[in-house]
Ligand binder design. Sequence first.
Ligand SMILES: Cc1cc2nc3c(=O)[nH]c(=O)nc-3n(C[C@H](O)[C@H](O)[C@H](O)COP(=O)(O)OP(=O)(O)OC[C@H]3O[C@@H](n4cnc5c(N)ncnc54)[C@H](O)[C@@H]3O)c2cc1C
Length: 383
Amino acid sequence: MNQSSYIILGAGASGLLLAYRMSLDSYFDDKSILIIDQVKDKGNDKTWCYWEEGEGEWDELLTKKWPKVFFGSKDFTETLDISPYSYKMIRSEKFYHKLWRSIELKPNITFVEDSVKTYTEIDNRVKVVTNKSTYFGLKLLNSILDKTMYETQQKYPVLQQHFVGWFVKTKTDCFDDSIATFMDFNVPQNGNTRFMYVLPIDKNIALFEFTLFSKDLLEHSEYEEAIKDYLKEKKITDFEILEKENGAIPMTSFKFEELNSYNILNIGTAGGWTKASTGYTFYNTSKKTKDLVSFLKNEDDLSVFAKRTKYWFYDLNLLDVLAKNNEKGSLLFASIFKKVNVKTILKFLGEESSLKEDLKIITSVSPMPFILSIVKRFLRIKL
Ligand SMILES: Cc1cc2nc3c(=O)[nH]c(=O)nc-3n(C[C@H](O)[C@H](O)[C@H](O)COP(=O)(O)OP(=O)(O)OC[C@H]3O[C@@H](n4cnc5c(N)ncnc54)[C@H](O)[C@@H]3O)c2cc1C
């Protein structure tokens, strides 16, 4: 029977990045690595953005980077210089190609295009059943998200960052391409946290993404109507749509790490690597896959990889508030952006802040909903 040292389920951002980092480390040269995904060539299925101080590992792949961001709402509006950070954009096709080029040079790494049906841990090894075959391995790194795990529990709220985006090209120059619109809450809120996210790639090409942080998805036409209205309000009428993208990223403090075991580790969104309060995942995945490669070289018990930090609690508290008062998002984010330096906000959201910086964020918002949520959670009572 053929048995791999490692099986990686899913060759998206986290699975492929992990395989790439393993391909660059000679420690893994004598280990057999099997990657399984239902689709190999995914093209530009995602546009990833993240912020970073100075230069970074993926700079050669960037489509664009911005030194300034715009925040807009009826309570606070400002264009903010984020140096020494910049906001960076990568389109997924270039990223996948770079990683595959390195992975495909390694004879010990194989890829199978197939759909995974189940995986289990038995007799101190793992078994993966796909549509076409069955595979065995010593360790399993899984990035296939099983939504039922968090959708069927009641303990932690589940919101989604859901969006539809249009890449728009205008006939004349319309955009200031030095500014990325991080959040523009100047759209009807309709009882939710709704904003427009705008990324100008050029003076006449920009991605307009209508985004919500809320529990339920909308009809597809509602997102598109919101983009049309926003463009009209900005007097952008003569344009063509180059491409569209959409997505729904889970926002939850569900303890994904409790699904891990001695031989199975969940990674990527499936492993809780998505920041629960924002949906950002890419930069964290880049950091975590580095940590994971070092970990795999030194540890056998995969269940001890994931560590919970203070940010888990902060995110839970914010999600408790947003789940109960979804209409408060605009005011809440405006209050933070008005009172706290944007670099501190980025540090906090990037989970690199000190306790002193955390306190600046915490004290920038009206405390009552947060206190009530904490009390409710500790006493398990309905307030
Ligand atoms: C459109 C979009 C835009 C995003 N933009 C950003 C952003 O700007 N910044 C940011 O930080 N995050 C962003 N995210 C969130 C996050 O970075 C991505 O979702 C990221 O791809 C998560 O990586 P992952 O490895 O967990 O999942 P994925 O990249 O989705 O990888 C999972 C893989 O599993 C495979 N798979 C699924 N089911 C099966 C099966 N049964 N059998 C075999 N294979 C299977 C899929 O084909 C896929 O390749 C975005 C998400 C979306 C959807």
